[in-house]
Design a protein around this ligand. Structure first.
Ligand SMILES: Cc1cc2nc3c(=O)[nH]c(=O)nc-3n(C[C@H](O)[C@H](O)[C@H](O)COP(=O)(O)OP(=O)(O)OC[C@H]3O[C@@H](n4cnc5c(N)ncnc54)[C@H](O)[C@@H]3O)c2cc1C
Length: 376
């Protein structure tokens, strides 16, 4: 294998490139990235990066000896010629890593009005930060991790924040009890929570209000739509590789001979979750699966069965989770202390499959051992 192309200059793509070099691949490496930036850390975008313009660049990109095609999106994949199409250009490859991540969903009506933002990339965060100085009445739409974190960060800046959510805050990702604790914490910090489905936003020349499906409106100078994301697979249309649910890879990390996928865009049968195919939208997975994709391309296959692990922040408190914590699990609080400290356990058919903890970091290593043993 002499030429490897990586599409997506995010964490998974970078991690694949770094691992390829570490394993001794000395052929041509080309990284194609739609954003104009070198790989950077995305998690701070809904947290401290809304407060200050820190440098989020991942270290080491200059050292992987790659040709970087940045600010250029792949527009197609020609499987017969084995080439990635970038507008008129074609980048031929022997091996390919698909690492194009996700695209933020937008509001159905009014998404283009000034004052309406999504939060997926560095430029989104910069655009949002530029508007915060005027002390706008802010409406965050969506009660998942990104909506919840963004509401907390903006409230920390003293802004008037309304969080509009279709389902209770964080319930879909942490279950009812842990979600209720997060919601109480938001209220305590002065965030107004409205339950309802947003149909769109409107205004004359700029956003002025958010519309709910029951006819209510919420006044807004600034709106952050945190409605979830979908896999960035449009450029793969016609190849049979990318569907709406992401790029399916086998346990070996390959979607087709010589083609691997990694990070948020990849869907694979997770052996720890009854072999159900799933995508993991977490930072640690993007790093680990990128390296796994590199090994797969070089024929060094290994079993990929990471224990999902992620963190989130809410008003200075770090929440950490391991394993599977979604709404499909039975969740139960097993510890609760003042200051919104808690441990929640998650079970599937009676088996312990996940834990979420805020303020109980020391309990996690033991949980890691127990969950890994349970799922092995
Ligand atoms: C605001 C925010 C906060 C987060 N907070 C946390 C957190 O606290 N904890 C946690 O564990 N995870 C968090 N995450 C998730 C974590 O950042 C992601 O799981 C991780 O960045 C995924 O890496 P990736 O490389 O798969 O995708 P990405 O980082 O999305 O990189 C994909 C890259 O591919 C590019 N691309 C897309 N289409 C094309 C194309 N056609 N051609 C070329 N390039 C293309 C994109 O522009 C992007 O640069 C957060 C994510 C966001 C957005």
């Amino acid at each position: 294998m002499r030429r490897i192309a990586i599409v997506g200059a995010g964490l998974a793509g970078f991690s694949a490139g770094r691992e390829l070099r570490r394993l001794g691949f000395d052929g041509d490496l080309t990284v194609i990235g739609a954003e104009p930036h070198r790989p950077y850390r995305r998690p701070p975008l809904s947290k401290e990066h809304l407060l200050a313009d820190d440098d989020l660049t991942l270290r080491g990109a200059d050292e992987i000896g790659a040709t970087w095609m940045l600010g250029r999106a792949a527009t197609g994949l020609d499987l017969e010629r084995r080439a990635v199409l970038v507008g008129e250009a074609a980048v031929a490859f022997d091996g390919l890593v698909i690492a194009t991540g996700l695209r933020a969903k937008t509001l159905r009506e009014g998404a283009d009005l000034p004052g309406v933002h999504v939060l997926r990339g560095l430029d989104d965060a910069r655009g949002l930060r530029r508007e915060l100085g005027a002390g706008p009445r802010t409406v965050v739409v969506g009660g998942g991790f990104i909506g919840s974190e963004t509401a907390a960060t903006l409230r920390g800046l003293g802004l008037e924040v309304t969080l509009v959510t279709g389902t209770p805050v964080l319930r879909s990702v942490l279950g009812a009890e842990a979600g209720a604790i997060a919601e109480a914490r938001h209220r305590e910090h002065g965030v107004t929570i409205r339950t309802g489905r947003v149909t769109g936003v409107s205004g004359t020349g700029r956003v002025e209000r958010v519309h709910l499906d029951d006819g209510r409106t919420v006044p807004a100078d600034l709106v952050v739509a945190a409605l979830g994301s979908e896999p960035e697979t449009e450029w793969l249309r016609g190849t049979g590789l990318g569907g709406e649910g992401g790029v399916i890879v086998g346990p070996d990390g390959l979607a087709a001979p010589g083609i691997a996928a990694a990070g948020d865009v990849a869907r694979w049968p997770h052996p720890l979750h009854s072999g159900r195919t799933l995508r993991i939208e977490h930072y640690a997975n993007a790093a680990e699966q990128g390296a796994h994709a590199a090994r797969a391309l070089l024929g060094r296959t290994s079993r990929y069965a990471p224990l999902p692990n992620f963190w989130s922040h809410l008003y200075g408190r770090r929440l950490q989770a391991l394993g599977f914590t979604g709404a499909d699990c039975d969740s139960r609080l097993v510890a609760r202390e003042p200051g919104h400290r808690f441990i929640a356990e998650y079970r599937l058919r009676g088996r312990l499959v996940g834990v979420a903890a805020a303020g109980f970091a020391s309990a996690l290593p033991e949980y890691r051992r127990r969950i890994a043993a349970e799922l092995a």
